[in-house]
Design a protein around this ligand. Structure first.
Ligand SMILES: [Zn+2]
Length: 677
């Protein structure tokens, strides 16, 4: 047997994993040894003769599980970005074992006794502010995992966590399989209305699928959206829409409905064991929002204004549709198509005219440049480091003084074996407990590859969004790894990412980086002005689509008898009761709503994007008021937010930046919504 790279110390610069040597069969023994090591480490903490101290308990825990962390980071990143049958099998096998392992530590009575002992004396331990908060968080995390429950209840908590881990894994795999199994393979004659950039991407996709000379539309959002926006073929739009919204709904092995029922029932049971009325209450208790009432209040503040705006938008769409000879009601597969026509008419703005100015390569450079002007970072490509796929690009990040900050990995293209959507993750977190450790950050996107790759305005926003998460991890300056960068509450973590989108659409950025892919000419001023003027266009649609998904998430996780939920009926009744326009629907139908069910992170938490948008819109207004998007003083204060990780109270952190608490006014304005009556 060849040596297992996880059992060696890594010698590649900056702690990069040796991707070229890691094989699927290396993971199981590495997971096993990693778990065993951590169990031994915890046993030596609980077995230590001295009375509990911050150093021998909390810091010792921070030091534990290093091998397991290293294996897990590599494994779960690869399983999301570049999976295969072998990795999927390991995921199915190890997801429940890892959950069991975590629960074994979280429910360790001796360990919890030490933490509780310290927690009770926290005021007199002489802790610094970050240590004090770390101790509080440890205590809360253990309590929320069930450490304070009776032994029978603990057994049940552990069993539920283990089962949930399996269900989450299966849910994600089912969606991925449905996406992989379906393509719309077309010929030139089927491409009426489809512009050059989308044709090129479809040709590339067909080639990769072994259909050279033809065109393939896949179920990646970056493939679906342009086709629904431009194809004049209503029959094909309908076919595509039906397939897209049917992911996870097919009867048989990949049907996600039974999984959802079991997941929400188990979550509700855990919440009840911990003394909460339902899962949403439990989840929100540890967020900035705190309560379901606060979340509902926010969602309802935008809900009616959004529906009202969507009604106006629909009327405009119908006028165009009638003029074009459509005599039937508008359907969901029509909205984007006619919206694009209305946009062209109202703003004289043609997506196909804009897109040649958004070259991926240039927009990446724009993002780097903004990070440089705001925070003093520079990015240098490192082509000498190993990659797990040829599409991966690696950049070394340095600060203004030239000091190494970390590595930034960029994985931008859609392919089979890659989860859909866009996300940011890490192979290693910043920390400084036993000397400085620099972060290794990865951003994933699912852009359709072209020659060159051209982005839509929304794609470019996504690129900046994920890069904002990346900066949050890169700029982290904390001592303890549990407080590193993005380790903040979920409804705050979208603030650093969403606010960064504003620098993409800043005219100063676009005038430099939005350049035509053939001529190299900057975007004409008239086009830029139209683009910016059209930013609130179709925001009724976007807000309805998003808010409906946030509301159904909250409702499902407050359901009184979740074990009896008929998923399709629940969705249908929700849509009727809340009055979601049928030609809009949900952004994510439940059966492929990976935020909620392919993991627990955003369950009862999809509202977080809107919550963070209140902060983000209000926060960016500070730069607008200053008349300079790169105002150095504001940038320095913003950098404090990116650097603080979870060492401080989040609202306090925001107030230190803005001088006051946020108001919702800037959000409504940015979405072009009128204030609710
Ligand atoms: Zn995000």
């Amino acid at each position: 047997m060849t040596e297992n790279p996880f059992f060696e110390s890594w010698t590649i610069p900056f702690g990069m994993p040796p991707f070229d040597r890691i094989r699927p069969e290396h993971f199981p023994p590495a997971f096993d040894r990693g778990m065993a090591e951590q169990i031994a480490e915890v046993a030596s903490i609980t077995g230590s003769a001295g009375s509990p101290s911050f150093a021998n308990t909390i810091e010792a825990l921070e030091r534990s599980g290093r091998l397991l962390d290293r294996v897990s980071r590599v494994f779960f990143n690869l399983d999301s970005s570049n999976t295969n049958d072998a990795l999927e099998a390991v995921a199915r096998d190890y997801a429940p074992r890892l959950a069991q392992h975590q629960m074994r530590i979280a429910l360790d009575a001796d360990l919890f006794a030490r933490i509780a002992h310290l927690y009770a004396r926290r005021a007199s331990l002489g802790l610094s502010a970050d240590q004090f908060r770390l101790l509080e968080r440890y205590h809360l995390r253990f309590v929320r995992s069930g450490a304070a429950l009776g032994s029978e209840q603990k057994v049940r908590m552990a069993a539920i966590s283990e089962r949930l881990a399996s269900l989450h894994t299966l849910f994600g795999q089912n969606v991925l399989h449905d996406e992989r199994d379906w393509q719309l393979v077309l010929d030139e004659t089927d491409l009426d209305g489809v512009p050059e950039f989308a044709r090129a991407a479809a040709a590339q996709a067909a080639t990769e699928l072994g259909n050279e000379g033809r065109y393939a539309v896949t179920l990646a959002r970056s493939s679906v959206e342009p086709f629904l926006t431009f194809s004049a073929r209503r029959d094909l739009r309908r076919t595509l829409w039906k397939a897209w919204t049917a992911r996870g709904t097919h009867e048989g092995a990949s049907d996600n409905a039974p999984l959802i029922r079991e997941i929400v029932a188990l979550r509700a049971e855990q919440a009840r064991l911990l003394g909460h009325a339902n899962f949403a209450d439990y989840r929100l208790d540890d967020t900035m929002a705190k309560t379901t009432t606060a979340v509902e209040r926010l969602l309802l503040q935008v809900w009616e204004p959004a529906k009202e705006k969507a009604r106006d938008e629909r009327a405009a769409l119908e006028t165009v549709a009638r003029a074009e000879g459509l005599n039937e009601p508008l359907e969901p597969w029509d909205w984007r198509y006619y919206a694009e026509k209305v946009r062209q008419a109202q703003y004289d703005l043609d997506e196909a005219e804009v897109k040649p100015y958004f070259v991926l390569e240039n927009m990446v450079r724009a993002a780097f440049d903004c990070a440089g002007r705001l925070f003093g970072l520079t990015f240098t490509e490192r082509a000498d480091l190993p990659v797990y796929h040829p599409d991966l690009r690696i950049w070394e990040v340095r600060d203004a003084a030239g000091t190494h900050v970390g590595l930034f990995l960029h994985d931008n293209f859609a392919r089979s074996g890659k989860q859909s959507g866009a996300w940011s993750s890490r192979y290693r977190d910043q920390e400084a407990m036993d000397g400085p450790i620099a972060p290794i950050v990865v951003n994933n996107n699912n852009f359709a590859k072209g020659k060159p790759t051209l982005l839509s305005f929304d794609d470019a926003k996504t690129l900046f969004h994920e890069f904002g998460h990346g900066l949050h991890a890169l700029l982290s300056r904390v001592r303890y790894r549990s407080q590193s960068g993005t380790a903040v509450r979920r409804d705050f973590v979208e603030f650093p990412s969403q606010i960064f989108e504003h620098w993409m659409s800043a005219p100063g950025t676009l005038r430099i980086y939005a350049r035509h892919y053939e001529t190299g000419q900057p975007i004409p001023e008239y086009l830029l002005q139209r683009l910016l003027a059209a930013r609130t266009f179709n925001q009724g649609f976007a807000t309805v689509e998003y808010t409906a998904s946030a509301l159904i998430d909250l409702e499902l996780h407050r359901e009184k008898a979740p074990e009896a939920v008929d998923v399709s009926r629940f969705e249908r009744e929700f849509l009727e009761r809340t009055g979601v326009p049928k030609e809009i629907g949900l952004r994510h139908r439940l059966q492929h709503f990976q935020h909620l069910f392919a993991g627990g992170g955003y369950a009862a938490g999809y509202y977080a994007y809107l919550w963070a948008e209140v902060l983000e819109a209000d926060g960016f207004a500070a730069f607008t008021e200053a008349g300079n998007p790169f105002d150095p003083e504001l940038a320095a204060r913003l950098k404090d937010i990116y650097s603080a990780g979870d060492t401080r109270d989040l609202m306090e952190l925001y107030r230190a930046f803005r001088g006051c608490e946020p108001s919702i006014a800037a959000l409504l304005e940015q979405r072009g919504l009128s204030a609710p009556q």
